[in-house]
Design a protein around this ligand. Structure first.
Ligand SMILES: [Zn+2]
Length: 106
């Protein structure tokens, strides 16, 4: 999917439509961005980063490399950042960003 380099979008700071530069942020995954979810806490426990009681289902889960997206969605939403050219504030549109395997900004 092709995305233009600059877009005219609404800036909540300027309260008007301004020209905004598009940049794709590196996808850090759910474990980095959502550290308090149950799954990422289990992952941290398995890695030995946190202490806790019990094995939290570690034995029944199998190897960590088999936890990959099986029978699930195969594409992630792109993490796009929009920088306003007037006030240089950065906005996100994570909910509205496109879902595609390959995204090129041109
Ligand atoms: Zn602005």
């Amino acid at each position: 999917m092709k995305i233009p380099k600059e877009m005219k979008r609404y800036c909540p700071n300027c309260k008007t439509h301004t020209l905004q530069k598009v940049k794709q942020e590196k996808n850090r995954g759910k474990n980095k961005t959502h550290t308090m979810t149950k799954f990422s806490q289990i992952r941290m426990k398995l890695r030995g980063l946190t202490a806790g009681l019990g094995n939290k289902g570690a034995r029944s889960r199998g190897a960590m490399n088999s936890w990959k997206r099986y029978n699930k969605k195969h594409s992630k939403r792109a993490d796009l950042r929009f920088t306003c050219t007037q006030c240089s504030k950065i906005w996100t549109a994570s909910g509205k960003s496109p879902r595609s395997k390959k995204i090129t900004i041109e």
